[in-house]
Design a protein around this ligand. Structure first.
Ligand code: BGC
Length: 396
């Protein structure tokens, strides 16, 4: 695992999501008066709604305000897969689609299903069919950078969505503060082991894909919390990355870790809910229940928390990320610079990349209800089969 330090200088809090604000009531705000890129998008949304067009970019012409020109051309979005985390299909696709629809911008969202060649082909097709901005979640940096290079040659702007493409050429990077995500995971595991009063616990780390820059950042975050503990008597029993975040491989790797450690493990730092659940399945087989971390606030992760099988997850409000990315894409369609809140350093080129980073939230049993209150999952979805646990945790 690379341990390079990324220079996150972006301020993760306090950035405004003009589109987020209008997303929930896009039929109203016809007031316009837009002076910002996102504000102009708001106007475009109402102009298009008024025109009755679902995805008519021409209607955006009516939205030509002081802020600049019309949003013309299509936005292409390429999601990475549907197995490493269910978020891509259940949350990102939905929220990005909602944001583009609300803005009256044409869009096309596809999923590369973990296949780099497929992602490149989808990108080519999107460019041929008129995409002017591409939003990609890379499957690794070299393949992402190649797509971005080709896009640039065709005059198409690109956005790094969620994952930074090292050596890439995206106009902007929209994500979460991923070091912070890892810090919350490290603090979460420490809290759960401390609550259980385990003396000098033995910990294993099940990291994300070695080719995902986010996994590097998550690890940087949790190791910054766990390393001092290891130095003070805790033991790191094992530490392995899971290729492509493959949940099945994650389970196999964890099973080997457990066997090698003769079952003597007290806590699992799993980098996301999928990997956490893979470890939990192995633990259950061995009649063990230990603090396990996660990420993404998936239905399964939240249910594992309610059941006491998982210690915590990290909730990333994907709606905020999607709304910010959509606003950035719309600005680029209009030939404007997206409003960013900071910048990160590409550790491969040392170049600064303009960024918008949202803040993650740690979720334990006592605040699972906050994820429901935020609308990320409904109580009905979460609580089916978990009625009593939901009641106990105040989820309704
Ligand atoms: C994302 C996580 C996700 C993981 C696997 C990361 O890049 O930030 O939310 O769980 O990829 O898809």
């Amino acid at each position: 695992m690379r341990k390079s330090v990324i220079g996150v200088t972006a301020v993760a809090t306090g950035f405004t999501f003009a589109l987020a604000a209008c997303g929930s009531d896009n039929s109203s705000s016809s007031s316009g008066g837009a002076t910002t890129a996102a504000g102009a998008a708001t106007t475009a949304a109402s102009a298009t709604t008024a025109a009755g067009g679902a995805a008519t970019t021409a209607a955006g012409g009516a939205a030509t305000t002081a802020a600049g020109g019309a949003a013309s051309g299509k936005v292409g979005v390429i999601l990475p897969d549907s197995k490493s985390s269910i978020r891509w299909e259940t949350a990102d696709r939905k929220y990005l689609g909602d944001a583009f629809k609300a803005a009256g911008v044409q869009f096309d969202i596809q999923n590369a299903e973990g296949d780099k060649t497929k992602m490149a082909t989808i990108a080519d097709q999107m460019i041929t069919s008129g995409a002017k901005v591409l939003l990609i979640v890379n499957l690794d940096s070299p393949s992402g950078a190649a797509i971005q290079k080709k896009a640039a040659a065709a005059g198409v702007k690109t956005i790094d969505y969620d994952r930074l493409t090292l050596g890439g050429s995206a106009s902007v990077y929209v994500s979460f503060d991923n070091v912070k995500v890892g810090e919350l995971q490290g603090d979460g595991l420490i809290k759960c082991l401390t609550d259980k009063a385990v003396a000098n616990p033995k910990v294993v780390e099940l990291n994300g894909s070695p080719t995902d820059n986010n996994a590097t950042l998550f690890k940087q975050g949790y190791d910054s919390k766990l390393d001092p503990k290891y130095a003070a008597g805790w033991t790191k029993v094992d530490d392995q990355s899971v290729p492509d975040w493959d949940n099945q491989k994650g389970g196999q790797i964890f099973e080997q870790m457990l066997t090698k450690a003769n079952g003597k493990i007290d806590g699992v730092l799993a980098a996301n809910d999928g990997l956490g659940n893979a470890a939990i399945a192995v633990l259950k087989k061995n009649n063990l229940q230990l603090p396990v971390t996660g990420q993404d606030a998936t239905k399964q992760g939240l249910q594992n928390i309610l059941a006491g099988d998982q210690c915590m997850t990290v909730y990333k409000a994907v709606k905020k990320e999607a709304d910010a990315a959509a606003a950035a894409a719309i600005a680029l369609l209009k030939g404007q610079a997206p409003q960013t809140t900071g910048e990160v350093t590409d550790t491969q080129t040392q170049k600064k990349v303009a960024a918008i980073l949202a803040g993650p939230v740690a979720i334990f049993k006592n605040n699972v209800k906050d994820v429901v209150a935020d609308g990320y999952i409904t109580a009905a979805e979460l609580c089916t089969g978990f009625e009593q646990q939901c009641k106990d945790a105040g989820v309704s």
